[in-house]
Design a protein around this ligand. Structure first.
Ligand code: ZN
Ligand code: ZN
Length: 279
């Protein structure tokens, strides 16, 4: 079993810190970890986020949040992960990249310049609005159905972009428990169709269980539709601390199997390989 969505941001960029995540992985029976730091930790990505910091209608909480980011360098990050691998930790070098529809060329150039094993593609913003930053940031008075429609429209573009190996937290728009009233079936199907066309995987992520949504990403009805369309999956905790690595992975396996999956994907040098899902 693997965990392919892990953040190091709450500690130093050192092999010792990575080893704490690996120790927890082993304790839970996980045999490989994929480290996927947020792209906005790295100064090389600052131009991609520029519109959120300076543009018209930018939100003050986004400006303040991003002002603290872009501190590390991608080359240091890749080097420390390679050192961790050389020290014997079975680790894959990943990154969680934000998708902005108008920045595809910039994102492509950043993702192909480093030796990543896999790249997660994430939508955390709708226009200038960072919808998963905080429940008090921008949700008040929002048309929730419209937020869902807008989110899935951007996710469909991310799915068809060909930039990513896996789409993160498919229905993260539910993170704070806001639920759409209208059916989202057509919206979700459009994303799955785009994913089918590009070959991108989706995550079965336990992170939603730790959030007010109190539900896996994606919800079972979405994962069942993805299984019908033979969209490949990976497994993820979105751990931000060592103790979260591999959290609830047994539940993720039960859900995946119930939806009809028997295989998941692992990555090396941006090629994927099928593995049997344990019983
Ligand atoms: Zn994310
Ligand atoms: Zn993440």
């Amino acid at each position: 079993m693997v965990d392919y969505h892990i953040h190091l941001e709450n500690g130093p960029l050192t092999v010792e810190w990575i080893r704490k995540f690996w120790d927890q992985a082993q304790a839970r029976g996980i045999s490989e970890i994929g480290i996927t730091e947020h792209c906005h930790k790295f100064r090389e990505w600052a131009p991609v986020f520029h519109h959120l910091q300076e543009g018209p209608n930018s939100y003050s909480y986004m400006r303040e949040w991003l002002a603290r980011d872009f501190q590390s360098s991608l080359s240091d990050y890749v080097r420390v992960l390679q050192e961790a691998r050389e020290s014997g930790i079975p680790i894959k070098i990943g990154i969680e990249a934000d998708f902005f529809p108008e920045k595809e060329t910039q994102i492509h150039d950043l993702l192909t310049a480093y030796p990543f094993d896999f790249v997660l593609g994430s939508v955390h913003t709708i226009g200038m609005w960072g919808f998963d930053y905080d429940p008090d940031c921008g949700w008040e008075g929002r048309d929730i159905d419209q937020a869902y429609h807008d989110y899935y429209a951007i996710l469909a573009q991310a799915a068809s972009s060909g930039l990513f190996d896996t789409l993160s937290h498919f229905d993260v728009i539910k993170v704070f428990g806001h639920r759409a009233v209208e059916s989202m079936e057509a919206d979700v199907d459009a994303v799955l169709k785009a994913a089918r066309g590009s070959g991108v995987c989706i995550e079965v992520s336990t992170a939603g269980l730790r959030k007010p949504a109190k539900e896996m990403y994606p919800a079972e009805w979405i994962l069942s539709r993805a299984a019908e369309r033979q969209i490949p999956i990976t497994f993820a905790s979105d751990a931000h601390r060592p103790e979260e690595v591999g959290q609830d992975w047994e539940k993720a396996i039960i859900l995946a199997r119930r939806c009809g999956y028997r295989e998941y994907r692992v990555f090396a040098a941006r090629e994927s390989y099928a593995q049997k899902i344990p019983k």
